[in-house]
Design a protein around this ligand. Structure first.
Ligand code: SF4
Length: 71
């Protein structure tokens, strides 16, 4: 496994075991598929607290807003 691959520092990596990933494969949220870690990728975004929070707001923020609207 290439631990220097971009995916391991990317915002879009998801390593949930139930997705069938192992040491050689990762699940990419952006591409919505399991793949081998990449050393080049046009969609790469460095994972930081700020970018993770922005992504979580994008994914979950809408759900929370919908819940509040129903109450
Ligand atoms: S967007 Fe590219 S670099 Fe990021 S996890 Fe997916 S394949 Fe890897």
């Amino acid at each position: 496994m290439n631990k220097n691959a971009l995916c391991f520092s990317c915002l879009y990596i998801e390593e949930r075991p139930e997705l069938g990933v192992n040491d050689e494969l990762i699940y990419c949220i952006k591409k919505d598929k399991i793949l081998r870690p990449k050393s080049e990728c046009e969609f790469y975004v460095k994972s930081t607290d700020e970018t993770r929070n922005a992504l979580h707001s994008q994914i979950y923020g809408v759900l929370f807003e919908d819940e509040f609207e129903d109450e």
